[in-house]
Design a binder for this molecule. Structure first.
Ligand SMILES: Cc1ncc(COP(=O)(O)O)c(C=O)c1O
Length: 356
């Protein structure tokens, strides 16, 4: 019998995609190609001296067209959404609570704690924010961190919920950090971009443009102090974001809108395939409305993950890393053939571990 792996985080699996017959439902990185336009941005003979800490002006200007009423001054270009999140919380200085809907993206609690702040949790209902509980807990917090579409639940918050969060936090004078890295990956409707001086939006080129490894993301804020403080923090840590990556991002934005629409069709087909597949294996799960994750219930999740990995070369992530014990998270950033093969292996592994 396989040993039960003592995995505390996904670190060991990140970057392992499709090697040695492994089927990875692990890392949330699109397997689809970036738009060809992105590659036109690679100019290794460009000026490679230090760049502006805030990010290249041309890229910030291009982004400002996607955020009505904005200018280049409202953006900071970062090493992925990850750095944007890290800088925001650290720039506030130590102390204060941050409200976090649970299940959450696994990096949120460490980012908040490393900034010297304290995460306070509000449990979701059926993978979406419980507004009643949210309203009770938000009063004691300095900020909230939301993520719709959600990693790991795959759910999208309703426009009413987002507007209510926008309103309550404005009234209370509380910051909302809105992680919208999956904003272009919604199957049900358009993204609702929450607004206000108290809103800080975090976004990325990793998912929309399939450029995870290039590490370009950004934050948007209409509050000058937020932008200044984040730049101050970045000056003493990573300094400017990779210049060639920023050029690639700028060129990727020139891709026709069909690029994103075509991807959505592919993701939708995969969503339907894995959702139906896991349902037919007997799993209980929420139907994803955005992003590319499913989070089925799973008894003996750690044991099952160990068997899946060691005996069947299938990678999945433990729900407990996302604050969802007794669940497994599957990323469906794989073509349908591989998802089918993965589901077959899961079916076989289910004969060894009781998961339902
Ligand atoms: C919700 C969420 N936020 C942020 C990130 C990090 O994105 P980036 O590659 O832009 O750092 C991820 C990556 O999976 C994510 O799922």
């Amino acid at each position: 019998m396989s040993e039960i792996l003592k995995l505390n985080s996904p670190a060991v699996f990140i970057g392992k995609q499709g090697q040695d017959g492994v089927i990875s439902f692990g890392s949330g990185q699109p397997d689809l190609p970036p738009p060809p336009e992105a590659f036109a941005g690679i100019n290794l003979k460009r000026d490679l001296r230090y760049g502006l800490i805030q990010g290249e002006v041309a890229l910030r200007e291009a982004l400002s067209h996607e955020y009505p009423g904005s200018t280049a001054e409202n953006f900071v270009i970062t090493n992925g959404a990850s750095e944007a999140l890290d800088l925001i919380f650290r720039s506030w200085g130590k102390g204060g609570k941050v409200l976090l809907p649970r299940p959450y993206y696994y990096s949120y609690p460490p980012i908040i704690e490393m900034a010297g702040m304290v995460p306070v949790y509000t449990d979701m209902i059926e993978g979406r924010i419980d507004l009643e509980d949210f309203k009770k807990k938000v009063k004691e917090c300095k900020a909230v961190l939301i993520n719709s579409p959600s990693n790991p639940t795959g759910r999208v918050e309703s426009i009413e919920t987002l507007k209510e969060i926008e309103r309550i936090t404005q009234e209370l004078g509380i910051y909302v950090v809105s992680d919208e890295v999956y904003k272009d990956l919604i199957y049900e409707r358009e993204n609702y971009h929450i607004k206000g001086d108290h809103v800080i939006t975090v976004n990325s080129f990793s998912k929309t443009y399939c450029m995870c490894g290039v590490r370009v993301g950004y934050l948007w804020s209409s509050d000058k102090t937020v932008v200044e403080n984040v730049c101050e923090e970045k000056t003493h840590t990573s300094m400017n974001t990779n210049l060639v990556g920023q050029d690639m991002a700028l060129h990727a934005m020139k891709a026709p809108k069909e690029y994103i629409k075509k991807q959505q069709l592919i993701w939708r087909e995969r969503r339907d395939f894995i959702y139906q597949g896991l349902l037919s294996l007997g799993f209980e799960l929420w139907r994803p409305e955005g992003a590319f994750y499913v989070l089925p219930k799973c008894h003996n999740a750690r044991k099952f993950l160990s068997v899946l990995f060691q005996d069947y070369k299938v990678i999945a992530y433990l729900g407990e890393w996302f604050g969802a014990p007794d669940r497994l998270r599957f990323s469906y950033a794989l073509d349908v053939k591989q998802i089918e093969e993965g589901l077959n292996r899961i079916r076989d592994a289910m004969k060894k571990v009781s998961v339902l």
